[in-house]
Every structure is written in structure tokens, then in C-alpha cells.
Design a protein. Structure first.
Length: 255
């Protein structure tokens, strides 16, 4: 059965569909010896598909991994210099994996790794609004008024943030210094959004840990360690993706 090349490449682990579209635009993809064009379809069982002269092989089964990213580790594939470790350096696996979403260098917590490009795209694209939960240690003791302002949304880069769920987990005191652990649940992911919002509200972030992506929880996985998602987690993750995809399509039709 024929399908679009970018979808085939995503399934083969070359990245999200947008990345695969760039490979096609750059002329790095051929089908039966001819340079492919964007929008072209092919049958991976019948056609010879190559990227940079190397055959494209679809995995028999996709790999889904949960990793606890430590401080100081890049959550993307890095710049190729090897100066800083990346999440891929922490996982020894024969599959060509890529990270789903990002955490900045100073943040910790759950990162998903997979070779399922289609699922990765729908997990990271902002229009689908998948929930991500964070435990955030901030300076001081935010008031209920401050938390309510965060919940409603603040203006970043001239645009208001989407409503968030924010609640207090516990407070800490060391000498005269007071800090507060917050639970923050977002359905959007602008660059350094939590850090920028907290600073804007007068409570800079001291520590930030992502503890959940959709139905997948970090749990007690130690920093630097990884595990395979369970079959139940994979089913729940795919069901969540399908539900939010359907909701997004329905909303767009109503417009």
C-alpha cells in the first residue's frame, strides 16, 4: 500500500514528519533511484527508498522508552560536537531513537524516546495540547492571588499563555530563606515557559522536574536511568493521542 514518503521516513525513525519533509526538500531522498519530491507516495514493500544512498528499513516494532533526564544533559540530539552529553548518550539501544519534546539544560525529569515519528509529531505539536506535569521549586511563598494570576495566564512575548493548573505541594524553610514546591500542569510548551512565568510573578525557579507526559509518569525512576514503557502505558499514550487528535479536528471543523 502506498503512503506519503514523509510518513514512511518518520516510521523508519528519521524524525518527526517536518524533519522528514526537509530531507525530501533537500534532495536527500530517492525512490527507485530517482530524487523524490515532496508529497510523493511510495510502497515501502515494493519500492527502493534511500536516504543519502542508504536503504530505508521500517522497524518491525516501535520502541518507546521513558528516561529520567539529569541536570546538565541536553534533551535533544546536541550540536554534533560531543561537548555536552545528550539523552541519547544515556540509552544504549540499537534502534534509531529521538527525543519527544525538550527540557532545558537546568531542568530534570521525564523524557520520552522513540522511533515512532508519527506519534512523536502528535505528542509535540502545540495544536494537540498534551498535558505535561511539573514539580517546581520557587523562591519565596506565592500568594493565592499570584497563583490565580498564573492559572489565568500571563503575557509572554506579547501573547498570553494558556490557562494552567497550579497548586502548592509544600513549603520549605532554611534559616530565613523560604521556598515553595508547586505542581504545574500545562497544555502548551513555549520555550522556558515555566521559568519565565515564575520570574515574571516574582518567584524565580530553583528546581524544575517534569513528572508526567500525558498518561506516562516518571515514578521512582532514578536520574540517568531509563525503562521501556509498559504495554498498558503505550496503549494509554496512543489512546490519548487519538482522543486529542479527534478533538482538534472537531474544533477546526466548527471554526
Amino acid at each position: 500500500m502506498e503512503e506519503r514518503l514523509q510518513k514512511i521516513l518518520a516510521r523508519a525513525g528519521f524524525g518527526a514528519r517536518r524533519v522528514c519533509e526537509d530531507l525530501i526538500r533537500q534532495g536527500r531522498v530517492t525512490v527507485n533511484g530517482e530524487v523524490a519530491r515532496l508529497g510523493q507516495k511510495a510502497d515501502p514493500r515494493r519500492d527502493r527508498i534511500e536516504v543519502d544512498g542508504r536503504p530505508v528499513r521500517l522497524p518491525r516494532e516501535f520502541t518507546y522508552i521513558a528516561l529520567h533526564k539529569p541536570l546538565g544533559v541536553l534533551s535533544d540530539e546536541g550540536d554534533g560536537t560531543g561537548r555536552r552529553p545528550t539523552v541519547l548518550d544515556l540509552v544504549e539501544h540499537p534502534a534509531r531513537l529521538f527525543p519527544v519534546g525538550r527540557l532545558d539544560l537546568r531542568s530534570e525529569g521525564l523524557v520520552l524516546l522513540t522511533d515512532d515519528g508519527d506519534l512523536a509529531l502528535r505528542l509535540t505539536h502545540p495544536r494537540f495540547g498534551h498535558e505535561k506535569e511539573y514539580h517546581v521549586l520557587v523562591e519565596g511563598c506565592p500568594t493565592e492571588e499570584t497563583l490565580e494570576e498564573w492559572r489565568r495566564g500571563v503575557e509572554l512575548d506579547g501573547k498570553p499563555t494558556a490557562p494552567a493548573r497550579v497548586s502548592i505541594l509544600r513549603r520549605e524553610k532554611e534559616g530565613t530563606k523560604e521556598r515553595t514546591w508547586l505542581r504545574v500542569v500545562l497544555r502548551e510548551g513555549r520555550k522556558r515557559q515555566i521559568r519565565r512565568t515564575a520570574a515574571l510573578l516574582g518567584h524565580p525557579v530553583v528546581r524544575l522536574i517534569r513528572v508526567r507526559i500525558g498518561p506516562v509518569h516518571l515514578g521512582d525512576l532514578p536520574p540517568g536511568k531509563w525503562r521501556y514503557l509498559t504495554p498498558a502505558e503505550i496503549r494509554a499514550l496512543k489512546a490519548d493521542v487519538e482522543r486529542l487528535t479527534a478533538e482538534t479536528r472537531s474544533t477546526r471543523r466548527l471554526r
